[in-house]
Design a protein around this ligand. Structure first.
Ligand code: IMP
Length: 430
């Protein structure tokens, strides 16, 4: 198996968990390199549902080494709960299966609180974050005041750094937000104890991944969120605080992106978005509602109803180009069964000018009106189909149209939540 990057090609929630689980069958290592517990990767195995927030989806395959890289914003409380939850369900999750970077930045309880208070402060201008402390943790990282996993393991260091960090955060909490400050000693005790539990998992994960690659092992990089939520290239400021695609692998995993052989985008057969921000193909009417109900479009992390709409080829083309996608996996194709007409936006009308290029100015994305192509729908249940040729002709035509407007081969289609509900095309992904 080549070195593979798997990334979301929309606004997150593309069904990456299932595809990464499937692809990690052949991978020696699965590596997370950005984001944190804002992600919720759902994998269904034999009717059992697993929702993973921090641990890479490869954990469900014995023999795969799972890595949480230095670019992840790591909440030790969530991670250890996740480890315990997997162990309870009989999934092996020891330091042999899971490695955590000593350089990953730590999300503390005060980051979560500041995330939520800052959203309240912004009012109408809020981002609609997951409230998991992601933005404040990465802000500390950039401001060089953050604490890393290695700091949790060294009580003296932890105390000094925490005191410095929390003194400033307490001032913000009290003076700006009128909230209760955090007790430094209690916080220290709590996180020092978490550090002790975390210690066996902690190592230099960059060195681990590079040496595994040199030894000929196969590595899969698991992106979280999606290209349109990328801090630099997404719909800023309505984005997450990390680089969500292939470009995030160098800084977030300590692995040279030049060694990545293939980049696989994942996109739903329609679009969803959670949180605020522009979404040109959003359907706030009955079709959007139907997509939400049929696709069970409620957040895996927050339970929030997702905003739904038709496939946006302008945004997807941009996402695929940005990440140098070598192929695309389209998920939830089964959700479209029973729509008489299936729509696909191939261009935008921005203030009377037609464009097929994703606008960089947020104001242009806000006023962009989708230019839709209409395709005949199909009514057959396709969840048991495993060969492309067995799909209804209308479904085949829709997939071929997508491929045509995107200019990237569609190598897999997902037609249900289970591991085996996959149709491979063009030889799949190997
Ligand atoms: P944050 O990452 O919690 O700061 O949230 C910033 C934006 O990214 C919000 O619009 C969230 O809804 C969105 N977001 C963060 N993580 C995910 C995800 O895993 N799926 C979909 N949207 C996400």
């Amino acid at each position: 198996m080549p070195t593979l990057s798997v990334f979301g090609a929309q606004w997150g929630d593309e069904g990456k968990g299932k595809i990464i689980d499937r692809l990690s069958r052949g991978a020696d290592l699965v590596v997370r390199y950005q984001g944190g517990a804002n992600a919720g990767h759902t994998v269904v195995v034999g009717g059992e549902k697993y929702v993973l927030h921090l641990i890479p989806s490869g954990i469900l395959h014995e023999g795969t080494v799972n890595v949480i890289g230095n670019g992840v914003a790591l909440d030790p409380v969530v991670l250890l709960e996740e480890v315990d939850g997997l162990l309870e369900r009989g999934i092996r999750c020891s330091p042999e299966q899971l490695s955590v970077s000593s350089c990953a930045h730590v999300i503390f309880q005060h980051h979560r609180e500041i995330d939520q208070l800052s959203e309240r402060w912004k009012g109408e201008g809020r981002i609609g974050t997951t409230g998991r402390g992601i933005g404040p943790c990465y802000a500390d990282k950039a401001a060089r005041t953050g604490l890393r996993v290695a700091d949790l393991l060294d009580p003296e260091d932890l105390h000094t750094r925490l005191q410095a960090n929390l003194a400033e955060k307490n001032a913000l909490l009290e003076k700006v937000h009128g909230a209760e400050p955090f007790d430094i000693e209690q916080t220290f005790e709590r996180y020092a104890a978490l550090g002790q539990r975390l210690a066996p998992f902690v190592r230099d994960t960059g060195a681990l991944v590079r040496s595994a690659w040199k030894a000929g092992k196969s590595v899969l990089f698991e992106g979280a969120q999606g290209a349109m939520l990328d801090l630099d290239h997404g719909t800023y400021p309505f984005v997450t605080s990390s680089n969500t695609g292939v470009g995030g692998i160098g800084p977030g995993a300590g692995f040279p992106p030049s060694r990545i052989d293939r980049a696989v985008g994942i996109a739903k057969a329609y679009c969803t978005r959670v949180g605020e921000g522009p979404f040109p193909t959003e359907d706030s009417g009955t079709e959007g509602e139907r997509l939400r109900e049929l696709g069970h479009e409620y957040g895996a992390t927050t339970g929030r109803p997702r905003r739904c709409g038709w496939f946006d080829a302008v945004a997807a083309r941009y996402a695929l180009e940005l990440n140098g996608a070598t192929s695309l996996v389209v998920t939830n194709l089964d959700v479209l069964s029973s729509f008489e007409t299936v729509r696909l936006a191939t261009a935008y009308d921005v203030g009377g000018t037609r464009t097929e290029t994703y606008p960089t100015a947020l104001a242009d994305v806000v006023r962009a009106k989708p230019v839709f192509e209409s395709h005949t729908g199909w009514s057959e249940d396709i969840t048991a189909v495993r060969d492309f040729g067995d799909l209804p002709k209308a479904a085949q035509a829709y997939v071929e149209s997508l491929e045509g407007v995107l200019g990237v081969p569609i190598s897999m289609l997902s037609v249900g939540p289970e591991r085996d509900q996959i149709i491979e095309r063009h030889g799949g992904l190997g």
